[in-house]
Design a binder for this molecule. Structure first.
Ligand code: FMN
Length: 341
């Protein structure tokens, strides 16, 4: 068993969260992670309140264990946070914005608040706002990337800066070795996205999962503003696919001058509503799309180098815990007693 303060505070067995990786982090993967003793986090940004309520209901039908809901705070609409709190969601995981207005209401409803940050300053501000946990996101991360610092530097700096609250690590962690490394740098747990995208239960197309498995870190690219339609000026990391290669071959032109700017690449049907998808849209591919997947963003982190199979999410949790325990045992064996002089 690997029990940290985070486990006690969240009422979970293992210090492992799955990140709210957009609509790919649907009820099935959330419940699988929570049922395995971690904490699954539902990706919920941009959903209507009725759809969000439906998804929370589906999670509840699959697990009685604690889980979280992820919301991006930039441009958040009125309603989703209140809907989560009314539904008794145990954990809100925020990203990209100021959590201050939401901490009081969350605590009043008995919910805990985490926020993913990309810098020490942002972590300090979150601590001042009264959040319960901070997730330090390294630049290795997949999806939207808040900061520019490697996890191995950011994490201990954040731990030193916010001594009163547990810190989790995200970005660059995909196995038991990464979990132990994060713990050794002062984290109380980890939050992983890319590893759980390549799980059986993730609500993303098989091809996308297979690209993560066959990809390596160097196949990912960190870009300032490529998939910007719907969310501008938010740096992100994706796997190279046809749309990225086309843009690179064109000399990486700026927004407004990219190949096929403004064209439609397909459509998506969600909750009975179909909408056209514009090239360079910032969205997570799911089975709801009719679009050619080569023209959608394959958000993924450098951990592609460490992910070699698609596994059930619960098995991922158990395998990581087991491997972490083996690593800790190995480290204990190399710590020899001092020899008498
Ligand atoms: C497919 C994908 C979609 C993501 N979408 C979101 C999101 O909607 N909200 C969020 O807070 N973070 C999102 N992230 C970022 C994760 O919270 C986390 O920082 C990242 O997955 C950590 O790096 P890793 O992917 O190497 O584990 C996403 C990540 C991925 C891979």
């Amino acid at each position: 068993m690997l029990k940290t303060e985070l486990c006690d505070r969240l009422g979970i067995e293992h210090p492992i969260l799955s990140a709210g990786f957009g609509p790919g982090a649907g009820p099935d993967v959330v419940a699988a992670v929570s049922n395995a003793g971690g904490c699954g986090v539902l990706g919920a940004s941009g959903f209507s309140v009725p759809y969000l309520r439906e998804l929370i209901g589906r999670v509840r039908a699959l697990t009685t264990k604690p889980f979280g809901v992820n919301l991006i705070l930039e441009d958040i609409a009125e309603g989703p946070i209140e809907a989560c709190l009314d539904a008794g969601v145990p954990l809100l995981v925020f990203f990209w914005g100021d959590p201050t207005p939401y901490v009081g209401p969350a605590h009043a409803h008995g919910a805990k608040v985490a926020i993913q940050v990309g810098s020490v300053d942002e972590a300090r501000a979150a601590a001042t706002a009264g959040v319960d946990f901070v997730i330090a996101q390294g630049v290795e991360a997949g999806g939207h990337v808040r900061g520019t610092t490697a996890l191995s530097v950011l994490l201990p700096a954040v731990v030193d800066a916010v001594t009163a609250i547990p810190v989790l690590a995200s970005g660059g962690v995909a196995d038991g070795r990464g979990l132990v490394a994060a713990l050794s740098l002062g984290a109380q747990g980890v939050s992983m996205g890319t590893r759980f995208v390549a799980s059986e239960e993730a609500f993303v197309p098989r091809l996308y999962k297979e690209r993560i498995v066959s990809g390596v870190a160097e196949d990912t690219i960190y870009v300032e503003d490529l998939f910007n339609v719907g969310w501008e000026k938010a740096p992100h990391r994706v796997l190279r696919n046809a749309i990225v290669r086309e843009w690179e071959a064109a000399g990486k032109p700026p927004v407004g001058q990219r190949p096929g700017e403004g064209t439609t690449v397909g459509s998506r049907t969600r909750a009975g509503q179909t909408m056209a998808i514009t090239k360079y849209a910032s969205l997570t591919p799911t089975p709801e799309y009719t679009s050619d997947l080569e023209y959608l963003p394959f958000w993924a982190g450098q951990t592609c180098s460490l992910i070699r199979d698609i596994r059930p999410a619960g098995q991922i949790v158990h395998d990581i815990v087991r491997e972490a325990e083996q690593v800790i045992d190995r480290l204990a064996r190399i710590r020899t007693a001092p020899q008498p002089a």
